[in-house]
Design a protein around this ligand. Structure first.
Ligand code: PMP
Length: 372
């Protein structure tokens, strides 16, 4: 055994819940796998060609820390089109995925003991990164507000130490999109207390209804957007952050001594992304969502699946989320227990980016297990 003493901060994070599911996925033979949080389509040929051309043309060196100017200009014009907001070049930072953006933002903003409000259920990484960086996650329960955010409840959680609110819309794991009225109310509360909002909008183009960006309604928003889901590029590690100049500059400083820059080839390849038509993928996932709802809704209570590609379902009466997931796994169907994404243990998450035949088989099995 090594005598090395690990840093105390490592003991503040725990990856066992989700790792157990992925280890199980490897051990099962041809499972119905509804646990994977990524799209099932490949990178578009035009983007692959652009990556190959970039490699061949020798675009293989470090780039500027902030990202290549052409991509930052493209990001600024995309943001203008999506949110109406004008970002100056020093308000845009190209990151290694949204994970990279979250890492830099929290490192740049969270001091020891700072409180970060996280709506529960939440994307797993939020809680663990806040803990890793010495912050204190403060959970805003959303189960009885249809997974939306009640501004009064938010205000009650604010203390002298509250630094940030971490929003995710459309959300993983619930699929919920926060309506503009809620965003307006959140903005009013955050403005009153000088709270910065980090808005993780990685699923913003997987919206099956109206989608408003937090950046549209609140100046003090750092918006994080990524290419992973929209362009099937999860392994390519690209995303970006836009927001207040001081925050983006601080993140750039941290990037200089950590990631250095987002992958150069991928940055050049992303210049071809505007040529990709996303509408077919969006329509396919909407159809898959509807297929799943038609089978599951009569049996399960399901949150508002307005976007992303997840369903958040309540375990049958008398069972915790963990217990139901255990039963599903024993029957060769992989889903993720809600306890991975929440301080509660009542739900489970389904990801529906798999072929229809598997989806149908999975949904029918879950219904059978719930009613057996
Ligand atoms: N935010 C959310 C809500 C996510 O679901 C994910 C991926 N599962 C990420 C961020 C990280 O994505 P990436 O680092 O690939 O951009």
């Amino acid at each position: 055994m090594s005598t090395t003493t690990l840093a105390a901060r490592v003991s503040r994070i725990d990856s066992s819940g989700i790792r157990k599911i992925f280890d199980l996925a490897r051990s099962l033979k041809d499972p119905i796998n509804l646990s994977i949080g990524q799209p099932d389509f490949d990178v578009a040929p035009v983007v692959k060609d652009a990556a190959i051309a970039a490699i061949t043309a020798g675009r293989n060196s470090y780039t500027q820390t902030q990202g290549i100017p052409e991509l930052r200009a493209l990001v600024a014009s995309d943001e203008k089109a999506f949110t109406g907001r004008d970002y100056a070049p020093d308000q845009v930072l190209i990151t290694s995925g949204v994970s990279g953006g979250l890492f830099l933002a929290l490192l740049a903003l969270v001091d020891d003991g700072d409180e970060v409000i996280i709506p529960d259920p939440y994307f797993v990484m939020y809680k663990h990164l806040v803990n890793l960086f010495g912050g204190k996650p403060v959970y805003l329960d959303t189960y009885d507000t249809g997974f939306g955010i009640d501004a009064e409840r938010l205000e009650k959680l604010i203390t002298r130490r509250t630094k940030l609110l971490l929003l995710n819309s459309p959300a993983n794991p619930t699929g919920r999109i926060l309506p503009k009225t809620q965003l307006d109310n959140i903005a009013r509360v955050c403005a009153r207390y000088g709270i910065t909002v980090i808005a993780d909008e990685i699923y913003r183009l997987f919206a099956y209804g109206p989608m408003t960006s937090m950046a549209e309604v609140y100046d003090n928003t750092l918006v994080l957007v990524g290419h992973s889901k929209t362009f099937g590029m999860t392994g390519w590690r690209l995303g970006y952050a836009c927001g207040p100049k001081e925050i983006v500059e601080a993140m750039t400083k941290v990037q200089q001594y950590s990631f250095v820059c987002a992958p150069s080839v991928v940055q050049y390849a992303a210049l071809a992304c505007p040529q990709v038509d996303h509408s077919g993928n969006l329509a396919a996932y909407r159809r898959k969502r509807d297929l799943m709802l038609s089978i599951l809704r009569p049996t399960f209570e399901i949150g508002s699946p307005d976007g992303a590609f997840y369903l958040w379902a309540k375990a049958p009466a008398g069972m915790t989320g963990d217990q139901f997931v255990q039963k599903a796994i024993e029957n060769n169907c992989l889903i993720i227990p809600g306890s991975v994404f929440s301080e509660r243990n009542t739900h489970f998450r389904i990801c529906y980016t798999v072929p229809d035949a598997k989806l149908k088989a999975g949904a029918e099995l879950l219904v059978k297990l719930a009613t057996a």
